[in-house]
Design a protein around this ligand. Sequence first.
Ligand code: SF4
Length: 343
Amino acid sequence: MHTIAYFDSSHDMPEEVISAAGFIPMKIMGDVHASNDPADQYLQKFFCPAARSFLTEALAHSEEWAGIIVAHGCDATNRHFDVWKLHVKTPFLYWFNSPIRNDAVALRFYIEELKRLIAALEKHYRVSISPESLKKSIAQSNEIKKRLKDISTLRAIKDIPNREYYNIVSACVTKPKAECMTLLEKTEADWKNRPDFPSDKKRFYLTGSDVTYAEWMDLLDECGIRVVRDDLSIGERYFANRFADHEDPLEAIADYYLTIPRSATRISLDGRISYILQSLKETAVDGVLSQNLKFCEPYAYDAVTVNSELRAHGYKVLHLEREFSPALDQQVMNRIAAFTEML
Ligand code: SF4
C-alpha cells in the first residue's frame, strides 16, 4: 500500500508531491488487453476508450493502492472524478485542479492548489511534506528527465525499436523512481552499443493522442516507421523540460508544470505548433504521423490546425484515427504504407 495512483490525461500531475509524501507515484495506464465491460457499466461506450480502461484498472486494483489522485486534464478527467467517487473503492480520492492557462494568475492558482494537495496528503496519511523532501523529489525527477532526454536522441541514429522507447518512458511514470534510475543506466549502456539506424526504416515525428500500449508502437515498426521525435506525454513532453532552481520548491513545481510543452487539453494552440516546428528543425524526419484515438476530442480538434500549419511549412503529414486495440489494424497499416510509398 505504498503506491498512490493517479489519473492524468497528459502530464499534469505533480508526481514530486507524492514522492515527497513518501509514496510511489504511479500513472494509471489502463490495460488494452482487458475488456472494458467493468467501466462500461458506468460510462457510455462513446467515451474515450483509454479513459474507460483507466476506470477498469481502478475498479480491479484500487484496493492495492493507498489512494488515487485525478489531475485535471481533458474532459474525461472531470467526468471520471464524479463516477470514481461513487464506484471506486479507495480511502483517498483527490481532485488536483491543474489550471488550463499558464499565465501569472494561473501560476498563483497552481501554487495554492499545490498547498491544498499537500495539506490533504499530510492530514490523511499523517505525514509531513517538507520543503527539503520536495527539493529531493525535484532533484530526482530532474535526473530522470535528463537521462530520458539523453537516450531519446539515440532513436534517430541507432537501431531502437519503437516499443523499447515506449517501454522506458512508460516505466518512468509507473515504477519506483530509484528503480527507474537503474533501468535508465542499463538502457543507456545498451542503446549506445546498438547498430546504426536501419536503412529500411523511415524517421517520423509522432503527434496526437497519447499512446498507452506498446502494440501500437509495434504497428509503426511493422510499417517501416521509427518514431525519432514526438510530443506525447508518455514521450517527450515528460522530459522536454527540467525544473529550474527556485528557493521555494512550490514555485519550482508550478513553474515546471506550466511551462512544459502544452498538450491539446490546454490553451495555446500556437504554443503547441511552435514546439513541434522547433523539434522538427532540430531533427530531420521523412514525415509526420498525426493520430487521434477514437473519441479523443482534444486532439481530433487540434489536429486540423496543427496539421495544416505543418503542411504549410513543407512537412508531409498523415493524419489517422485509431482504435484502442492491441491487434494490428490492417486498414491503418495500408494507409501508412500508401503514405510512406509517396515519400
Ligand atoms: S486519449 Fe484524449 S480523451 Fe482520452 S484521456 Fe487522453 S486526452 Fe482525454
